[in-house]
Every structure is written in C-alpha cells, then in structure tokens.
Design a protein around this ligand. Sequence first.
Ligand code: 16G
Length: 255
Amino acid sequence: MTTDTIESFLKSGSWMQDAAGPRYVRLRKRIEESIEQGLLAESAPLPAEREIASLTGLSRVTVRRAMQDLVDRGIIVQRQGSGSFVSDGTPKVEQSLSRLTSFTEDMVRRGLSSSSEWLERGIHVPSPEEVMALALSSGESVARIARLRRANDKPMAIERASLPTDILPNPQLVDTSLYEVLERDGNRPVRALQRISAINLEEEDATLLGVEPGAAGLRIVRTSYLPNRRVVEFTRSIYRGDAYDFVAELRLGNS
Ligand code: 16G
C-alpha cells in the first residue's frame, strides 16, 4: 500500500460535503473507512498531519482532533518523533494502581485471553539484590520465574519474579498464574509496593515485546507482602509503553 492510495482517498470525491456531523468526525470516519477497505494495512504509517490538512483543505486543529479521536479509540497509535500508525491490534489496557491483582485476573476482567512464554523457571543462587529484597539468609536459594506475557496473543510485558523457596518450592508448578499457586498454598500477597519508571527499551527486551529498540517502556518493580509483613514476591517487569495506562484514584486526605 502506498501513501498515494490513501492520499487520493482523502482527496477524492465529495466525501466532506456528503457526510454529516462535525468536520473532525467526518475525517475520522474517512480514515476509518480507508483502514477497513485495506488502503492502510496493520502498522502502516499515516500521512503527516500537515499533509492531511493540505489534501483535505481542513485546518491542522481539525486534523489533530480527528487523529486524537482515532488514538482514543485504539485505531491508530502515535509514536513520538515518528508519526501515526495503524494499530497492530495490541490491546490498550487501563490498569488500576490501587488493586493488588494478577496479570491473569486483569486480562480475564477485560475479556482478553492471556498467555505466557517461559523465559526462566527454576531454583537458583540468589543475586545480592534478591537477597536484600527477599531478606534471604545466607546459603538460601531463590525461586525464579520469568515470562513474556501476552494479551490476545500480543506481547505486553516481561515479568521476572523472585520468591523465597519455602513459599514457592517448585516453580514448575506455576502453569498459568503465579498468584493462583500462591493462593492455593495460603501465600497470596495482601499488600504490595510498586515503583514505576519510564525507560527506553533495550534491544533484547524490545525484540521480545515486538517493538523497535529505544521505544518507550515502563519498568515496574513490585514487592508484595503476606499479612505478617514477610516479602512474598520481588518482581521486576518491563511493560510496553503503548499498551498500558496506569490509573490511580486520588482522594483528599485528612492528614
Ligand atoms: C502482575 C504483577 C506481578 C505478578 C503477576 C502475577 C504488576 C506490575 N505485576 O502482573 O508482580 O507476579 O501479576 O500474575 O502488576 P499471574 O498470577 O497471572 O501469574
């Protein structure tokens, strides 16, 4: 598909006059149609805003509004510095920051199918970071599970979880959900601290997540606790920046 095709589609005919409704809605629908008709394939770039404005005779403000509408509807994605692209179908997930849920539960709640690819699953000698985070005694081993997590078959996150071996003696027992195994054993965390920071994805992680090296990502470190305050899980995750919106509810406090 060349941009010529989409260019002539945006330029041709009297679609702007024929359609009803605000101008940005008419433009949005025209672009949606071009995607439905296959003029723009999955992941294909859209012409630049200024080009669309000059093709259609619409103002940049109107074009921007139509593009924003397409982004909000998950039809296109915008990447800083490289423009707008037709979405590849990766779900955009809104994630609450106040509920302690598992990846599997989050996806089920949204009606998305979840799956994982194993990157690592076993008992290891802990790193100094794991010893600290899990408060391990000297000579103690650590259980590690690392997975590439998918929603509707699209890669969303890489999660590397470390747990004390008395809490997860056999990592091979984790099949679909870690929290399910912990819950079965009475070790489901009840509280967690999460640190989120912005990163640019390094090549290896970017390849696993199916994005360009350097693309925006989120690093999330979760430390989860049992009711007795013992650390049950220390997980370092890398999330695709374009697949997640983290939402926190804020309340006016008394103190
Ligand atoms: C979430 C947690 C992760 C936990 C996993 C368990 C974040 C950033 N991470 O993805 O710490 O290990 O759920 O999921 O939210 P599972 O029960 O589906 O294996």
